[in-house]
Design a protein around this ligand. Sequence first.
Ligand code: CTP
Length: 440
Amino acid sequence: TNIRPDMHRVLPQRILNILTRAGETARSMGYQVYAVGGLVRDVLLKVENLDVDLVVEGKGIELAHKLAETIGGRVRAHEKFGTAEIVFQDGYWVDVVTARVEYYEYPAALPQVEQSSLKHDLYRRDFTINAMAVALNPERFGELVDYFNGREDLQIGAVRVLHNLSFIEDPTRILRAIRFEQRYDMAIEPQTLRLIKEAVREKVLARLSTERMWGELKSILEEADPEDMMDRMSELGVWDYLFPEITFWEVQPVISEMPQALMILRNWGWAEPAERWLPYFLAILHWTTQETAFEICQRYFLGRRQTDKVLDVIAHWRRALKSLSATGDVPLSELTKSVQTLPREAYPLFLTLLEDKNAIRRFRLVMESVHKNKPSVNGKDIRAMGFQPGPMYRRALDAVWRARLDGLVQTREEELEYARNYLIQHNAPKIEPKKPKGNN
Ligand code: CTP
């Protein structure tokens, strides 16, 4: 079969151009080159995918250099592995690997007539749906190479491993199976499911480094709909390896309401944070203690800023909830003060926690006024006034914000004045004047 028409329909011009040039380059060198993995799978599903993974029957690094001469980009080569990346100015990159022939894999084989080295490369991969290739050489461009019936599995919706040791070799595949199953609304095929259960029982996940675990976990939290994946993780006993401190059923109700909350917030103009996994991560951790949350953040190597956000949420969500749910009139600045203690990334979680319409209405009001009344003073202005950078900056700026909401300041001059007074009143430290040189 040739899937060239699908490729033209699904892939953007930039990608098609790279694939075409790769094929021409391979021909000029006497090699064969293929696009493999997720891109092929998604072309067949008619879903866009921008990740180009090339497998070369020939010298991969040399092809990368030659290809970069025509399509641009810088080559980062890894001689030891025979792999390379072509990295473009805008951060986009293409992966190139060399398919090596490894005859020793089948020592007892009958007269094994030359196995294509591509087949060996594909056999090492996770699932049949990810183990297809498409030929790129001009005379074969678009030819589907499908040794393991990946296309059929895509059609019937089956996530299937290529061999029985797959999850032992690479336990992250347990999480990947869940991710692909739920993302494409497929089903992990019975034998593969048995292998997962067996691997979980044998505690293969305990042997996995937390870095690799976090990599896959983050991929799940960044999916469009991770909540079903988390249900599945719990069902298969995977959750207990990722978050042994957290009982899934305690956070599940909140997690199941996250998609709805995210949708509402987007309609209200809330901008998706750059760290797309963080809203879900906060939802998972909000119910635990500061100490436990800190341990989890450490375990997964979260940076300080992100860890602080997690701890802030745990410390403040209850009070924020209370002030938004209070009866009677509360000044906007009061409400804002309590919401401002929460990072933006916690808004989806927070919305799921708000129970009555009145509180939700108030939350929206606060969000909008915070957005509209953003003051013009910033950290730089405060720095120019000669105060030492530190936590007082944020407090002073929040105070200016509240003053604006209550109509106490209007112009930029008034804001600056208000910030200066606030900092002086709160004894914010000044920057030490530099000692004149040559004095000691
Ligand atoms: N792969 C694998 N085992 C892993 C990770 C990756 O076999 N543990 C292979 C699969 O063939 C996969 C390819 O490497 O298709 C690329 O991996 P990755 O980019 O992580 O996955 P994609 O399939 O591209 O999925 P996504 O759409 O989430 O990027």
